[in-house]
Structures are given as C-alpha cells and as structure tokens.
Design a protein around this ligand. Structure first.
Ligand code: ATP
Length: 448
C-alpha cells in the first residue's frame, strides 16, 4: 500500500485533500492522472450499463437531499455504525472493526458499550441557519433513483424489467476513515437500480452477480483476486433480502469492492407509504388509477406492480484502488535495474499515447510530432500527450510508471526518409517502426 500511495502522489494520481493545511481526514483529491483514470473507469461502467444495453436509463440527481426522503428510506433511524469510546485515551472506534475488544490506539480494554452513530452529514439550506431548514448530503446515490422513479417511467415509457443508472458523490461520516481511498468520507458510487417483477428477483440477482464479476475482470482485475461473500442475515442492511458482496484482495486485506443487493420493494414501498401519509402525491396521482403508488402498470396482467429492485452498487474510489493495485508491478531488467509499470487495460490508461520528438528544437521533427498528436487526439479515444522533455529513454520509463500503453517517437528517419515512427509497447518494451499513415488504425486497435 505504501508503494502505491507514494507512486500516486509522486506521479499525480491522488493527493491528500487540503494538504497544505494539514489535510482533512477521509478526503482525497484526484490529480492530473487520477482524474483521467477515474473518468475512464466511470465511462467503462456507463458504457456497460447504459450504452451496451437497451434496458437501462441514466440519471444525475442532486446531492443535497430532502430529509423526508432519508427519513422514509430508513436512513435517519438505521444508517448507523456502532461507536465505542476508549475511556483511557479517548480515541473513538467502530466496534465491529475492533479485534478482541481492545483499543487499537493504546491497547486498553476500558471501552464504553457500543452506541449507534448516524453516518449522514447534514447542512443548512438557505441564508438563515435556525436549524429548521436543513438537508442531508446523500449517503448513497440510490434514493434519488427511487424518488425519480415516476419521472423516469413517465418520460420513457419503460416496461419491466428495466434499470436506472447513476454515478455520483456520496458522503458518510465514517468513524475511522482509513486505508487510503478505501474508506473515505466523500466518495463516488456507480449504482444501478434494476427493477423487476416480484418473483423474478432471485434469478435477476444471480445474473447481476455474474455480470458484475465479469465486468471487474474486463477492467483488469484477476478473477482469483475476487471472491463472493453471501452476507449473512444478521449483517444485512435494513432494506436487503439478500446481498452478495464482491470482495477484492486489497493491499490491506480482503474487503468489499461492490455490494449487489436484493432491495425488494422496500424503498418504492416506503416512499409510496410516505406519499399516502402526506397526501403529497394524491393530487398528482388522482387521475392515474394507481393508488398513489410508485408503481408501474403491468399491461398483460392489467394491474399495478410495485417492482422489486436488484442493486449492483460499486465504489469508484475502491475501483480505482483495485485497478491500480492490479496494474502495479516492479520488474527486474536484464541490466540489473528495475522498472515500475502500471499495466492498465488500455481503455483505463490516463494517457493513451505519448508522442516524443527525438530533438526538441528541431522544427521538422517537432512539427511532425505535434501533427501526429493532433491527429490521434482527434480520434476521441482519450488523452494523447505531446511531450518534448528530450530524453527518450527516460520518457519511456516515466510513461511505464503511469501506464501509457504506447510511446511514439519521431526522429530524423521520419522526416527525411520513409515517414515512419518508432512505436514502443509498454508491456513488452518492444519497439517497431510503423508508417505514420497506419498510426490511427494501429492506435485504435491498441486502445479498443
Ligand atoms: P463497508 O461495509 O465497507 O462500510 P458498505 O457495505 O456500507 O461498505 P454499501 O452501502 O454497500 O457499502 O455501498 C456500496 C459501495 O460503496 C461499497 O461496495 C463501496 O465500494 C462503496 N463505499 C461505501 N462506503 C465507502 C467509503 N466510506 N469509502 C469509499 N467507498 C465506499
């Protein structure tokens, strides 16, 4: 983990947030390469979830959430972790993370009984903070999918089964944030709520578990670094009938990367009950013959159905940590030296190709290299970098360390002779000459 943390800082993937003021616990900032990696991971998820299917719609909802949403979803009452205080050193811990009920800070056994600690952050809304007008920072992206359920079906005419996907920030006031970006207080989630007919939920649950495992393998995670954990009944979240956690061998141990829950009709049902209680929806719904339900019409059966929902919920930050950890390796070279490589799948690499001019002051070479950069960039496959630091060998090493799949070197032969460039492969270190005219096809092939 230390090597990864240090590489992430040195090369501009991830920084401690508010670093120059001593940091803010449980917060991290993504640097120039980190933002690319994270965006690429999110884009891969969106492609798989929305574009490559025809039964999922997207959503991007507000982070600040009406407290009623989180009251009726059960989060105000139950979204808690067990908190204990050490009476000797005053440190606070999550009871279920303690080993043998011993304070990890000072070794004391003089601990308080656990008490529930609600993880939701709240903030004042509007100019006067008199405590009456507040909102929660959402602790999961899911709730806005449920509260928008009617909006989405009314605007898309969806039938079961179908899903709504969302990627965005979530906030949890974790008692003890730790293990780099694994457990933080501000993070991102990629969540799909997949609505199905009651009775078909268990089969869909199985299917999603398999799909999600395959997706992580497509992101470069070894299948044998992943395990499924069938969450026992006494550990299930308040909304869940069954949950499979996708566990990954993080550098600090086997822990949850993604949770795939069968949330039943708990959320739509709870919000429906709330609507009825408040009479909030009654007016809107009175012409719709639906008993104010967040329900969908089953035309064949001629009835309203409150769907069950299967929820694959993955953490973006935990995903970034997993793909970094999988990609990281230090290789012994023949000359006794070592090289550090991030062997990302090309679609995740922050920089897809680096174009290096052999001489940085040579007009012909520089012009040619910049032209190649522009042409490859215009293909829209991700960031292509023109870089004229001069030393090609060092450039290759630097790009190995940040995971750039190919480096393209423009030299005298390119401009004076046969219009070819040297293309160097990150993983094999092989170099070959390719005609400039063939570069776009070659590049497409590598990245896709
Ligand atoms: P844990 O048991 O590790 O606290 P959880 O079961 O509470 O996680 P879920 O509520 O299932 O997590 O959230 C779905 C996903 O969101 C998790 O699988 C994880 O990838 C991510 N996630 C949850 N909490 C955090 C956090 N504090 N920091 C980073 N990612 C998180």
């Amino acid at each position: 983990m230390e090597e990864l943390v240090s590489l992430c800082k040195r090369r501009g993937f991830i920084f401690q947030s508010s670093d120059i003021y001593g940091g803010l616990q449980g917060m991290y900032d993504y640097g120039p390469l980190g933002v690319e990696l994270k965006n690429n991971l999110k884009a891969a998820w969106w492609r798989a979830m929305v574009y490559e299917r025809d039964d999922v719609e997207g959503l991007d909802a507000a982070i600040l959430t009406n407290p009623l949403t989180l009251r009726y979803s059960g989060h105000e009452d139950t979204f808690t972790d067990p908190l204990v205080d050490c009476r000797d050193c005053k440190a606070r811990h999550r009871a279920d993370h303690l080993e043998d009920d011993v304070c990890p800070n000072c070794g004391s056994r003089n601990l308080t009984d656990p008490r529930p600690f609600n993880l939701m952050f709240r903030t004042a809304v509007g100019p006067v903070d008199d405590g009456s007008s507040f909102a929660y920072l959402r602790p999961e992206t899911a709730q806005a999918i449920f509260t928008n359920f009617k909006n989405v079906i009314d605007s898309t005419a969806r039938k079961l089964p179908f899903g709504i996907a969302q990627i965005g920030k979530a906030f949890r006031n974790e008692i003890t944030p730790r293990n780099f970006i694994f457990r933080v207080r501000e993070f991102e989630q990629m969540e799909l709520e997949f609505f199905v007919k009651p009775g078909e939920d268990e089969a869909w649950h199985q299917k999603w578990v398999e799909d999600r495992l395959d997706w992580w393998v497509d992101q470069g995670v070894e299948r044998n670094a992943l395990q499924l954990y069938n969450v026992p009944a006494d550990e299930l979240a308040h909304y869940s009938k069954a949950t499979f956690d996708v566990m990954y061998k993080f550098p600090h141990g086997l822990e949850e990367l993604e949770g795939i829950a069968n949330r039943t009709d708990f959320d739509l049902g709870s919000h429906t009950k709330a609507q009825a209680e408040f009479g909030l929806h009654a007016k809107v719904m009175e012409n719709r013959d639906s008993n104010t339900k967040l329900a969908i019409r089953d035309v064949e059966a001629n009835e309203w159905v409150v769907p069950y929902v299967i929820e694959p919920s993955a953490g973006v930050d935990r995903g970034v940590l997993a793909v970094l950890n999988e990609a990281y390796r230090v290789e012994e070279l023949e000359d006794g030296k070592t090289r550090t490589v991030l062997s990302f799948k090309p679609h995740l690499a922050p920089i897809k190709a680096a174009v290096l001019p052999l001489k940085k002051n040579h007009e012909g070479i520089v012009g040619k290299a910049k032209g190649i950069k522009r042409e490859l960039q215009a293909l829209g496959l991700g960031r292509v970098l023109y870089e004229d630091t001069g030393n090609i060998g060092k450039g290759y090493r630097r790009h190995d360390e940040v995971g750039t799949p190919i480096c393209i070197t423009v030299d005298f032969q390119t401009i004076e002779d046969d219009d070819t460039v040297t293309v160097r492969d990150r993983d094999t270190m092989e170099q070959k000459r390719i005609a400039v005219a063939e570069l776009p096809d070659y590049f497409r092939e590598v990245i896709r």
